[in-house]
Design a protein around this ligand. Structure first.
Ligand code: SF4
Ligand code: SF4
Length: 374
């Protein structure tokens, strides 16, 4: 069967399904309408393929209302991958210039400034406090959100790596990893970032590359090789790296209940669930208190695939609901392992619960008087 034939068969099955996955779709939660659901999106694509309907303005909107969180996939018996179908369709929309203006603006920022915020590229590494980066052993690829918006994540990552005895290399030539472009359909611009970053990273003599952003992680480990851009050193997410060295981290002895929010790109998209939990438990000295929806069943924070750029109020509703789920189990602290999730959850927490990204939580543990080192 051709690729187009397979897609047609998938959307046909989904369009005729009793929609068992709808209750986990965060955008159904936010809009309470049948269109922004897995089934609604598949029905739209099915109608287009069978010539019943062209994708009009409303159709474009529905396709860009998807978080590409893949939660529907965990419920789908025939394993229809709505996130990929949506992403493919977004590529067609970008190619024909029919993407929402917010997506265009984001792509133009990346083209002009190498980050999706339109910040000056010359200020990318302004978060860096130390200058002692001799003898590179590990490259830290900070990603745009930690570099410009959540600088303590980048700063604490360097401090932890130095605490563990590593020398860290940072490049002034790092560009956006391309993830926001891959996810919103501008693959061509995303691949320009990939080509540049692979050249720069392969040029540095180091053992491995560490990332703190799961969006970067997915881009560097999946999108790049799938498109022929190969890095010559392994890429590790900080949670996996720290889990490898967990015995060297201070053993905590703290009170309070800590929960973990699984980022979609780290959990469902990359299968990393245990590593961040092991690191958190080492630092806190207590087992994680799980939210009802956890691991592959974790609810997205609402900050993915361009949703916050295009529909900020609905994105915030989803983030608030995720915070409510943590408050529901009386968590004192939410730890996540993604600068995007941290940004959203912290904003929606309204100071009712502390929110940390993993390196911030670990660094706090290292600095705290409540922990003793081995
Ligand atoms: S994604 Fe799967 S479970 Fe959900 S409506 Fe489509 S076929 Fe049904
Ligand atoms: S990927 Fe997420 S937001 Fe998109 S249809 Fe599936 S559950 Fe809903």
């Amino acid at each position: 069967m051709t690729e187009q034939g397979k897609i047609a068969e998938q959307v046909r099955m989904c369009a005729a399904c009793p929609k068992m996955c709808r209750h986990v779709c965060p955008t159904f939660f936010a809009w309470r309408s049948d269109a922004p659901t897995p089934h609604g999106r598949a029905l739209l694509l099915h109608q287009e393929i069978t010539g019943l309907r062209n994708i009009d303005e409303r159709g474009v909107e529905v396709l860009y209302q998807c978080l590409e969180c893949s939660h529907c996939l965990t419920w789908c018996k025939p394993e229809i991958d709505i996130a990929s179908l949506v992403e493919n369709k977004r590529c067609d929309l970008v190619k024909s210039g029919r993407q929402p203006s917010g997506v265009n603006r984001l792509a133009n920022f990346v083209k002009e400034t190498h980050n999706p915020f339109g910040e000056k590229h010359s200020k990318r590494n302004d978060w860096l406090k130390t200058g002692s980066l001799n003898g590179p052993k590990i490259i830290y690829f900070s990603g745009c959100t930690a570099a410009y918006r959540e600088k303590s994540i980048a700063q604490d990552t360097i401090s932890i790596l130095e605490y563990l005895g590593y020398s860290v290399a940072i490049t002034p030539d790092e560009w956006c990893c391309g993830s926001p472009l891959f996810r919103t359909g501008d693959t061509a611009t995303g691949l320009k970032q990939a080509s540049h970053n692979v050249e720069v990273l392969n040029d540095i003599n180091a053992e491995e590359i560490i990332v703190t952003c799961p969006g970067c992680y997915r881009a560097l480990t999946k999108d790049y090789p799938e498109n022929g851009f190969e890095l010559d050193k392994p890429v590790q997410h900080i949670s996996e790296f720290l889990n490898r060295l967990v015995d060297k981290l201070p053993q905590g002895d703290t009170n309070g209940s800590v929960t973990f929010h699984d980022p979609c790109h780290l959990g469902r998209h990359s299968g990393v669930y245990d590593a961040p939990r092991a690191v958190i438990e080492r630092i806190s000295g207590n087992p994680i208190v799980e939210m009802e929806r956890n691991r592959e069943n974790a609810m997205c924070c609402g900050n993915g695939a361009g949703l916050r750029t295009l529909f900020p109020e609905h994105a915030k509703m989803i983030g608030s609901e995720r915070v409510r789920q943590a408050l529901n189990i009386n968590a004192n602290c939410i730890v996540t392992s993604c600068p995007f999730c941290k940004e959203m959850l912290e904003a929606q927490s309204e100071r009712r619960v502390a929110v940390f990204d993993l390196p911030e939580f670990v660094m706090q543990g290292i600095e705290s008087r409540n922990v003793k080192t081995d």
